[in-house]
Design a binder for this molecule. Structure first.
Ligand code: LMR
Length: 329
């Protein structure tokens, strides 16, 4: 190819890609791109580009770069961002019933969890969110949460007593820590590392992916594999944005989301093992972190102490909804 032809070819490519991206979807989230949620968002971006032949470009803003906790939903309402995947606790003021997912020990395992998310209860909650001016898309997974501290090993509920724990903004999480004599403190995710480092709080509860990718292992001395609660997400879209979005491109975006959901959930399943290996490696190499597992008796003690809060939320969440979850086999 002559130099002239090469320049022409490059110019054509540039022009066509500039013309091609006719629409932009801005995705905002607060975690690392290396988490299941981060990977799911990037996968969605790639698939939308492929399925629309580059007509729609998805730009992902991770790590609270664009909007942090409490700002994401407002940004969607204003149309400044278009898709977010906040964790369930972040829906507390919008749809208090979403706190159902925060109830400690409500899910027996992942199988139970997915049956609930993809069944009647999941749909009831999506409908509630939809009524608040969002398009409720899919449920994404982060994993079960574990307790960590820089004070002492937490093996029994009384070990947590008197310690300050960072929580997301959820009344259920507040009650859960109060039930074991601990002091919960609401903080945005972006502030957790420094709060742990500076002793603003002693501990936190996180799935392993968030714990490791945000380097909380560096500022905690003890991690207990407590599996006491669950962290997941509802992917939501700005309703006003979606209303104006071209009809012919909608099926591609929805298809990309469907595939991203499958991918994200698989990643979450794989991720737990991988993260535990990495955290264990760190613990061994640094000598600064101890990892604890609970005996069945210790686990039962946590369960007893924490499940005692359920009746406090029969009204807010709905006793029937809680019972429906428990009845799912
Ligand atoms: C948290 O605030 O701990 C989580 O909601 C962060 C996230 O989105 O996983």
């Amino acid at each position: 190819m002559t130099k002239f032809l090469k320049v022409m070819a490059a110019a054509t490519l540039l022009v066509s890609s500039a013309i091609a991206a006719e629409y932009t979807i801005k995705v905002t989230h607060v975690v690392s791109p290396n988490t299941p949620k981060g990977k799911g968002a990037d996968f969605f971006a790639k698939r939308v580009g492929e399925l629309t032949n580059g007509k729609v470009e998805v730009i992902v803003f991770p790590n609270s770069q664009l909007y942090g906790d409490g700002e994401e939903m407002k940004a969607l309402k204003l149309g400044n961002a278009h898709i977010a995947m906040p964790s369930f606790s972040k829906f507390t003021s919008l749809v208090p019933e979403m706190q159902l997912f925060d109830l400690p020990f409500i899910f027996r395992d992942k199988d139970h969890l997915y049956k609930v998310l993809d069944g009647e209860v999941g749909q009831i909650l999506k409908d509630k969110v939809s009524k608040k001016g969002f398009v409720a898309l899919d449920y994404w997974d982060a994993g079960f949460k574990h307790l960590s501290s820089n004070k002492k090993p937490i093996l029994l509920p009384e070990d947590a007593a008197g310690q300050k724990f960072r929580i997301m903004s959820s009344h259920v999480l507040e009650a859960q820590f109060k039930a074991v004599g601990a002091n919960p403190q609401v903080l945005p995710f972006s502030e957790v590392y420094s709060a742990l480092q500076q002793g603003v709080v002693d501990g936190a509860e996180n799935p392993l992916s968030n714990f490791y990718t945000k380097k909380f292992n560096e500022v905690q001395t003890d991690l207990t594999l407590s599996n006491h609660g669950y962290l997941g997400y509802l992917v939501i879209m700005s309703e006003s944005f979606w209303k104006k979005f071209p009809k012919d491109l909608k099926p591609m975006v929805l298809q990309a989301m469907k595939e991203a959901t499958e991918y994200e959930r698989k990643e979450a399943a794989l991720d737990d093992e991988d993260m535990l290996a990495k955290i264990s490696e760190y613990a061994k190499a640094s000598g600064n972190l101890k990892i604890h597992t609970l005996t069945p008796e210790q686990k039962a003690a946590w369960q007893k102490a924490m499940e005692a809060i359920y009746p406090q939320f029969y009204k807010t969440i709905g006793e029937d909804l809680i019972k429906k979850v428990q009845a799912v086999k």
